[in-house]
Design a protein around this ligand. Structure first.
Ligand code: GCB
Length: 568
């Protein structure tokens, strides 16, 4: 069910009761049955009554000191009442739960979901009862070898019900999904579809865009599917003018409103074109973390906070690393004229030989695309980060995933950030059999930080397997602790701001040597929490590659980047 926010949702956000279950014993004790002692001598060793309370949405790690680095099971409970009228349906919709979720209503399991960053819902029409209902969610953020991401990653594994929870009432047959975007290569023709869910699948449908005086009528077939094809004199969405139109989608039994922008994104030769004009992608990497709170970001306010800094830097693109961020990030970026790179959590050590992993990739891909297919700001689907062209399992899996992605959405660009590269004698070699499937070649490189320079940056040479495609530097940078400055005295020492600044200066010189460069994206906007970054003086649990500290202070490298983007 897409566009949940426009379906008159009834929020179940707020305080939920919680039971911490570090050993996972709650499963055996059947916590969802909420057993109560009957005799005075009975005892039950867990209870939501008198339990701590956790805010939803929100990660649990930042809410209780004993959960700071916790990775395991927490049970959540919320009571609600709802009187459902006849011929109506009711759904409980979760924006995201990290990572595994088992959902129980009134003691009965209604479903499970795997994946920490995409929405899901369950129908509860037949399950709710008059009076008080009890909704229990078992959340487990333990890392899984065959999870996505897998066991190792460089950010804090915020667990919990991290995004909005809503009840959504629909008619018997409702508009479940629709795709309303320009046909690839066109700046005026919309090619799309509408999908109904329910028993009355054959209906008359309309798409209206009042500002353009546009009313398009069609009919759905016996499967509830209708194709759309119409043209409009659209003012195109752009970085300078992020125009969006009010659009309504209507059938006989339902209607839904949206705000949709129209734009054309293409790769021609080794360049990227937005609305027919070459665009240099001035990117920045962002994690879904509110730096001031040291907590997972989930709200519109969090999104504005992060994105306004991206704007201040002069960006036109945000790389939302390394998993799909919440819907507010995408829609706020769209309103602000920022293009969005959306990514699957296929990160580094993935068990490509496990077929269960392949199904998880498919599901997450589907959920990511369904949620945002009408958000014109999203111009790139990134399907993996830093995997290596070493085994056929990996390459076959990701090549197949790329094909599935293209069949789900042919309008956007697709990329993989791969680790198939070498830097020797000041020469960069980039290859990967996956690149033949991608529109953009994306490379993370940390010359000057993880790898020392082997010559003058301005003399770097490039040996690329695909020079005819655009190359994007999706990560570069180095760590510095804000305020750790010593002028010329010791500028060559790591952790210093001067050192980070020098990396940036050198990198920009190197960028001039890349003939097919279509954009860059520093790693990253703010310092952020990560379990692998425990230097007791300089890191203290933070990856310090931010251009801003976690308090929002600008490091010296910020100004180098700001200047570069101004000049582009
Ligand atoms: C990378 C990863 C990113 C890390 C970063 C680092 O290449 O993509 O997730 O956090 O390097 O700081 O090492």
């Amino acid at each position: 069910m897409i566009n949940s926010q426009s379906r008159n949702p009834i929020s179940l956000n707020g305080e939920w009761n919680a039971i911490l279950d570090p050993t996972g014993i709650g499963e055996w004790r059947q916590i969802w049955l909420e057993k109560k002692p009957r005799l005075k001598t009975d005892f039950v060793e867990y209870s939501f009554e008198g339990s701590p309370r956790l805010k939803v949405p929100g990660d649990f790690n930042s809410q209780m000191p004993e959960l700071t680095y916790f990775e395991g099971v927490v049970w959540y409970k919320k009571e609600f009442s709802y009187s459902l009228k006849k011929n109506k349906r009711l759904f409980v919709h979760f924006g995201a739960v990290n990572y595994l979720a088992d959902i129980y209503l009134n003691g009965e399991k209604i479903g499970s979901h795997e994946g920490g960053f995409t929405p899901f819902q369950f129908e509860i029409t037949e399950k709710i009862k008059p009076g008080t209902n009890s909704l229990i969610v078992k959340v487990d953020n333990k890392r899984l070898k065959n999870g996505l991401p897998g066991l190792g990653y460089d950010w804090l594994n915020y667990g919990g019900i991290t995004r909005d929870v809503n009840l959504i009432e629909t008619g018997n047959t409702y508009i479940e999904d629709y795709s309303i975007q320009l046909r690839k290569g066109s700046r005026k023709e919309v090619l799309g579809w509408i999908k109904l869910n329910g028993i009355h699948r054959k209906q008359a449908l309309k798409v209206k865009i009042p500002e353009l005086g546009l009313v398009y009528s069609t009919k759905s077939d016996s499967m509830g599917m209708a194709k759309l094809r119409f043209s409009g004199a659209f003012k195109l969405w752009s970085v300078e003018n992020p125009k969006r139109y009010k659009v309504s989608v209507e059938c006989e039994t339902d209607s839904i409103n949206d705000e949709i922008g129209f734009r054309d994104i293409e790769v021609i030769g080794n360049k990227v074109f937005l609305n027919g004009k070459v665009v240099f992608l001035k990117g920045i990497n962002i994690h879904e973390e509110n730096p001031y709170k040291g907590a997972r970001a989930f709200s519109k306010e969090d999104a504005s906070l992060l994105l306004s800094q991206a704007k201040a830097l002069g960006c036109n693109l945000v790389r939302l690393a390394h998993y799909p961020h919440n819907e507010y990030m995408v829609s706020e970026a769209e309103k602000m004229g920022l293009m969005v790179w959306s990514e699957l959590p296929v990160y580094q050590h993935i068990e490509f030989s496990d077929t269960a992993v392949l199904s998880k990739m498919d599901l997450m891909l589907k959920e990511m695309i369904s949620r945002d297919r009408n958000r014109c700001s999203v111009i790139i689907w990134s399907l993996s980060n830093e995997t290596y062209d070493g085994t056929p399992n990996r390459t076959n899996a990701l090549a197949r995933l790329t094909k599935v992605c293209r069949s789900l959405d042919s309008t956007r660009l697709i990329t993989h950030v791969t680790n198939s590269q070498a830097y020797n004698n000041n020469s960069f070699k980039v290859w990967d059999s996956l690149y033949k499937y991608a529109d953009i070649i994306s490379v993370n490189e940390y010359i000057g930080w993880y790898i020392p320079w082997q010559g003058k940056p301005e003399n770097t040479t490039w040996n690329m397997a695909f020079p005819d495609k655009p190359l994007f530097i999706s990560e570069f940078g180095g760590e510095a602790l804000f305020g750790n400055r010593n002028g010329a005295a010791d500028e060559a020492a790591s952790w210093r701001e001067e050192y980070q600044q020098q990396i940036y200066t050198d990198q920009l010189k190197m960028f001039n040597t890349i003939p097919n460069l279509c954009g860059v994206s520093p790693w990253l906007l703010f310092d952020y929490r990560s379990l692998g970054r425990m230097h007791p003086v300089y890191q203290k649990g933070y990856n310090r590659k931010g251009l801003l500290s976690e308090k929002g202070e600008r490091k010296m490298a910020w100004y180098i980047m700001e200047q570069y983007y101004k000049s582009k």
